[in-house]
Design a protein around this ligand. Structure first.
Ligand SMILES: C[S@@+](CC[C@H](N)C(=O)[O-])C[C@H]1O[C@@H](n2cnc3c(N)ncnc32)[C@H](O)[C@@H]1O
Length: 298
């Protein structure tokens, strides 16, 4: 199938694929949640705590108290811009959906925001280890946010299908940092067509990213254009490099590298009220975008 990602296939064999997971069992005392999903470039948290915004500072202090180093995958500016978006939309967001959590770099901020700004938080990932690692990180930092959080194992179209008839799914915002492959991101964004009246905005990361391996088809910004068109209305978020940049710390010996294209923003904030879905067409259905459905009961 065109939309099948070989990387996803092994995860889709999980018996709870395309469902909300039960609350994970507690970890042993002293166990590092990050060990559930090892990452590279581990760093202790050092979010600024002296900004002009007291709410950010409060959240940042608690994030920084985390006792383990983590592999957070977006720039500090990206996290700050996501916070700023939430702050500006205080009271208008009922549900935040994060697709692609890894070790919870953004999720931990969203958990703090869920408490401060009163919304529900759905975390979506294909990898149960990422969902578990993130859940336990949140448990150590914002335990009182856990009742607001659900973990969904699957791809974004699976999640959309699960939520499309939920009466509580409304006034939602999506952050996308899952697959970066052109066809998969097209498919993910296209699936949002089926919840478009319940979604305020899509925030998407790595729109400046390319991979030196052409087979990776890393074109998140082009996927956005495929779905929303070339006259897209968006606000840049995150970092924009003046020139194309090959970050030293992302280099892998003897392997292909990722790099950032000069002049393109790290992320985009796309308000749905100001944009149209040029794709999909009314003849499509959500099932056309689901590569790996939930296992059928036997
Ligand atoms: C770059 S990381 C996310 C980093 C995170 N936003 C942060 O702030 O650190 C990408 C995550 O997306 C997940 N992923 C990859 N392909 C996916 C897909 N098709 N659907 C959902 N999640 C996916 C991976 O398992 C991984 O956890």
């Amino acid at each position: 199938m065109l939309f099948t990602d070989v990387f996803v296939e092994p995860f889709a064999q999980h018996p709870q694929w395309a469902t909300f997971l039960p609350v994970p069992a507690p970890l042993a005392e002293g166990e590092n949640p990050g060990d559930l999903l090892p990452g590279r470039h581990l760093q202790r948290q050092a979010r600024p705590t002296d900004t002009a915004n007291k709410i950010w500072n409060r959240i940042a202090q608690r994030i920084n108290a985390y006792p383990y180093a983590t592999s957070d995958q977006c720039s500090e500016k990206h996290y700050r811009d996501v916070f700023e978006f939430i702050r500006l939309n205080t009271g208008s967001i009922d549900r935040f959906v994060e697709c692609g959590v890894f070790q919870g770099g953004l999720s931990i901020l969203l958990a703090g925001c869920a408490l401060e700004f009163d919304f529900q938080l759905d975390l979506v990932d294909i990898d149960p280890a990422a969902l578990n690692a993130t859940f336990h990180r949140i448990r150590l930092t914002f335990p009182e946010a856990l009742p607001r959080i659900r973990l969904f194992l699957g791809e974004l179209p699976n999640y959309v299908k699960a939520c499309v008839r939920e009466p509580d799914f409304q006034n939602a915002v999506l952050h996308h940092d899952g697959s970066h492959r052109f066809n998969i991101v097209v498919r993910d964004l296209a699936s949002l067509f089926y919840v478009r009246s319940k979604l305020h905005a899509v925030l998407i990361q790595d729109t400046h990213l390319r991979h030196s391996d052409p087979a990776k088809f890393c074109f998140v910004d082009a996927a956005v254009a495929a779905v929303f068109g070339l006259d897209l209305k968006y606000q840049p978020i995150g970092v924009t490099f003046h020139a194309t940049t090959f970050p030293e710390r992302l280099k892998r010996e003897g392997e292909h590298d990722v790099y950032f294209v000069g002049g393109l923003s790290e992320g985009m904030m796309i308000p749905l009220a100001e944009n149209n879905f040029l794709y999909p067409h009314a003849l499509h259905s959500i099932d056309d975008f689901i590569a790996f459905p939930a296992p059928q009961p036997t």
